[in-house]
Design a protein around this ligand. Structure first.
Ligand code: SF4
Ligand code: ZN
Length: 469
């Protein structure tokens, strides 16, 4: 496959390219744009090679501005089935990133792209070119695809209808997956598509745990593994279940050990605190631990502003991602929040004390009805200091737990050992107090025979003590 007719190079070598604000010609989609999407559908009537643009083309855009972006790829092929659409769709991210001068982040309705000034000046001035590149890559990398056509939407009005269609399709896919649970199946799946960014990360995809990017559910993974068993999505026989509550399976452990090249040995599928699932970078939401309450908060990628712990999504994403096991910061799909298995080892949905408002509205119907009104959002409580009073007023079930009472009462809990997998500094056994956090006496962290690698450490001052009963 040749791209010599294109003004810029195309290849996997450009995948990690970052385009900063001052280097960008235009931004497409992203958090500041309301409607954006990318969708793949099977349609046997496609016109191979056709690229259509609804809205301004790249050359008509104003430098430094932002525009909506819809990328609708239609594919045809004798062996294609609808279940493959989501997995093909996930490849848009990778293929766009192959283009020198294009940066692509996220997926589905959170896609975010930048085109560099340099690429534009070299002549990458039309979506016609990007569409042609995508079509060639889809057909070359996925030979099951025989024909493809691409339609771009870049106008706020013109994107409305296809955006609504895409949202309906995402919902239908999620809906189907919601009816199935881990105990109903005898095969799980894995995905290593994100290893180019996070080399020790592999997703475990089960009916209850849709991939953390939210785009590949169990049905999608099954279809992809069937047509290309040696590809990035593959079967993972669950084997013996060592711990039902935690979701620890022999087959998942073996898979992660092999795929992380020995870095990670165990995964508890249903815990964000012990042997948590790794996170690459494209998680839809972050499930974070709130030590002051011994509860959990969830912030999604679209949330504007800080979470209850004072940190915005971007700051927490730095700690969560990268393919490490990060106890207390777990990248998850939105679908997983509504699963009855959601972090059940840590106490499950009943430990959710805070969520971004828009996210809560979205998942409310999948949470226990008597819990929904007891979960605070940014509209109810703005600071961690106010959370305790709010939870007690609403009689959130967390207030009955020993963990909560210890956290807000400043009592010392039983010493627990936390093992951390990482690299760098061997610490031996260390113990230190962090005063002023987590109640009157602070909390004690004991590290035994562990190695610590931290990209950043955030120590936040808490201005006043939480109100006590
Ligand atoms: Fe695959 Fe997981 Fe990456 Fe999604 S987040 S593309 S499932 S590795
Ligand atoms: Zn990823």
């Amino acid at each position: 496959m040749s791209f010599s007719d294109m003004p810029v190079d195309v290849g996997p070598v450009y995948e990690g390219e970052r385009i900063r604000g001052n280097q960008m010609y235009v931004e497409l989609g992203g958090p500041k744009i309301d409607k954006k999407f990318e969708l793949v559908r099977v349609n046997q009537k496609v016109e191979d090679g056709k690229v259509t643009i609804h809205g301004p083309d790249l050359k008509d855009m104003e430098q430094g501005s932002r525009y909506p972006i819809g990328i609708f790829v239609e594919v045809a092929g004798k062996e294609l089935e609808e279940d493959l659409e989501a997995v093909f769709e996930r490849r848009i991210h990778e293929f766009c990133n192959f283009v020198n001068g294009i940066m692509h982040l996220n997926q589905r309705y959170t896609n975010w792209m930048r085109v560099s000034i340099q690429a534009f000046e070299k002549g990458l001035n039309s979506f016609e070119m990007l569409g042609t590149i995508l079509i060639r890559l889809f057909k070359a990398e996925l030979p099951i695809i025989e024909k493809a056509q691409v339609t771009f939407y870049t106008d706020a009005k013109m994107i409305e209808e296809p955006h609504a269609m895409a949202m309906n399709i995402y919902n239908a896919r999620d809906e189907r997956a919601r009816g199935l649970h881990d105990e109903d199946v005898d095969m799980f799946y894995g995905c290593v598509l994100c290893q180019s960014f996070a080399p020790t990360h592999a997703c475990c995809i089960t009916p209850d745990r849709t991939s953390l990017c939210g785009s590949i559910n169990w049905f999608d993974a099954r279809a992809a593994a069937k047509v290309d068993p040696k590809g990035p999505l593959f079967e993972v026989p669950p084997g013996e279940c060592y711990n039902k509550e935690a979701g620890e399976f022999e087959g998942i452990n073996e898979m992660i050990k092999k795929r992380s090249l020995g870095e990670i040995e165990r995964i508890y599928l249903y815990s964000g605190m012990e042997y948590p699932h790794t996170s690459c970078g494209c998680f839809e939401a972050i499930d974070f631990y709130i030590p002051e309450i011994d509860g959990h908060g969830i912030i999604d990628r679209n949330h504007d502003g800080p979470a209850i712990n004072g940190l915005p999504f971007s700051a927490m994403a730095n700690q969560t991602g990268g393919g490490k096991q990060m106890a207390g910061f777990n990248g998850i799909s939105i679908q997983y929040i509504g699963s009855p298995k959601y972090q059940q080892y840590d106490g499950g949905q009943a430990t959710i004390v805070w969520m971004g408002k828009a996210l809560k509205d979205r998942v409310a119907e999948f949470l226990p009805a008597d819990l929904v009104d007891k979960i605070a959002t940014e509209e109810d409580v703005q600071e961690i200091n106010g959370l305790q009073a709010w939870l007690e007023e609403k009689k959130h079930p967390i207030i009955e737990t020993d963990g909560y009472k210890a956290a807000v009462g400043g009592e010392e809990e039983e010493e627990e050992e936390y093992e951390g997998e990482g690299a760098m500094v061997p610490m031996g056994t260390q113990s230190f107090m962090i005063p002023g956090a987590g109640g009157a006496g602070g909390f004690k962290i004991i590290l035994k025979n562990c190695k610590i690698h931290a990209e950043s450490v955030i120590i936040k001052k808490i201005d006043s003590k939480p109100k006590r009963k």
